[in-house]
Design a protein around this ligand. Structure first.
Ligand SMILES: Nc1ncnc2c1ncn2[C@@H]1O[C@H](COP(=O)(O)OP(=O)(O)O)[C@@H](O)[C@H]1O
Ligand SMILES: [Mg+2]
Length: 376
């Protein structure tokens, strides 16, 4: 039986296997490392994690959840990162503070201060002195967060840090130092400390960037202390059941699977388009239109980003992929360069643990078919 519920007013289907996996970890295991949840764009990672936070974790007194989606902020420098996690207690924010139950006393770098942690929202409210010290870099934000986690544990809470689209922090420096350090490197060090070394908090990191995952998986010490969980599109049977419940006929379901696969975003779009057009809705026309759109994206990508040699390589990669559905990852400079670019445009997706390259979604495969036909 397909699980189909409403979440935020739209259908939310399945994901029971993923839910079981994650909740088992959080409910029964001590944190021992970072958990990376990765998968193609629009497979439903953010929706899943927000569902877990709102419908499960926030209802459990023992957890203290801090969820940040870095896509929702423009992170241009270290200060913008600080401002996400910390806000000063000022006249303006005092009203907000009155509603916060949890206030913790902390001591960092010899500085005593107060940190108030709201149940909703993500920023810790810190006393003005602490905030100034953070800005002036007399207090390390990660030392402060670490102290907060320890205080929370003392109060019997299990902190859960969830970070969505963490790769947005790439290329940001911790500034003001003689020797520049990467913010992300420091952040990861802190997160490893929280999990593997002290078991203070659960850390879950979501990302759609398979290049980023590949780098971590293959090249860094982080790989040893991390688990990688693939969060893929819906499978065929789940998709079929969902579509049958939406009153499509078997033949139509087959056609939809051929074009859209189990990409939840593409399926939701199909449903809303059918609602909008009502009787006038023509399934085949819609699907072909989607494939045309995907072809356009691929073409634009090739024009924008590839030189002649790369373009030739790209075409040969696509040919193989359209036939087989994937290509083996290769240690070839030109191949890697083209794949990397196409992955960054969400056309392809790199399966780090299988060393395979696949399409980001089924509609891209259909788009690639059209693209190859037209370029003959
Ligand atoms: N389990 C699901 N059931 C139905 N629709 C879903 C489901 N998960 C995601 N979606 C739809 O797909 C869209 C994209 O999902 P999102 O969580 O943003 O993907 P990701 O974070 O992996 O890129 C959502 O806006 C939602 O409409
Ligand atoms: Mg997302």
């Amino acid at each position: 039986m397909l699980r189909r519920i409403e979440f935020r007013g739209v259908p939310y289907v399945d994901r029971e296997k993923e839910e079981k996996f994650l909740l088992h970890k959080l409910y029964n295991e001590e944190p021992t490392g970072l958990l990376f949840i990765y998968g193609p764009k629009s497979s439903g990672k953010t929706t899943f994690i927000e569902y877990i936070v709102e419908e499960k974790l926030k209802k459990e007194q023992r957890f203290y959840v801090n969820y940040v989606n870095f896509r929702r902020y423009a992170i241009v420098n270290y200060d913008s990162f600080l401002n996400i996690y910390f806000k000063p207690i000022t006249e303006d924010t005092k009203g907000m503070l009155a509603k916060i139950k949890d206030t913790l006393k902390v001591v960092v770098s010899g500085l005593k201060g107060e940190v108030s942690i709201p149940e909703k929202g993500i920023s810790y409210m810190v006393s003005f002195d602490l905030y100034k010290a953070l800005q002036e870099k007399n207090v390390d934000p990660f030392d402060l967060m670490y102290d907060v986690m320890e205080r929370l544990r003392e109060k019997g809470k299990i902190p859960v840090l969830i970070i969505d689209e963490v790769q947005e922090l790439r290329d940001i420096y911790m500034n003001g130092e003689v020797r520049q350090r990467y913010l992300l490197t420091e952040f990861f060090k802190f997160l490893v400390g929280l999990t593997k070394e002290t078991h203070l908090a659960h850390v879950i990191i979501c990302t759609s960037s398979s290049i980023f995952i590949d780098e971590i998986y293959n090249h860094s010490n982080l790989a040893k202390t991390s688990e990688f969980y693939l969060f893929d599109h819906l499978n065929r049977e789940t998709t079929r059941q969902w579509l049958l419940e939406e009153k499509f006929r078997e033949k139509e379901v087959e056609l939809i699977w051929e074009y859209l696969g189990g990409c939840p975003f593409d399926l939701q779009r199909l449903l809303s388009s059918r609602r909008a057009y009502g009787e006038e809705f023509d399934l085949k026309e819609y699907l072909v239109g989607q494939a045309e759109e995907a072809r356009g994206k691929i073409k634009l990508f090739a024009i924008d980003e590839l030189d002649e040699e790369e373009d030739g390589k790209f075409t040969s990669i696509l040919k193989e992929m359209v036939k087989k559905g994937y290509v083996e990852n290769r240690k070839d400079k030109l191949f890697n360069c083209v794949v990397k670019k196409a992955v960054n445009r969400d056309i392809l997706f790199l399966l780090a643990h299988k060393d395979k390259v696949v399409f980001n979604s089924q509609i891209m495969r259909k788009g690639a078919e059209l693209y190859l036909k037209n370029s003959l």
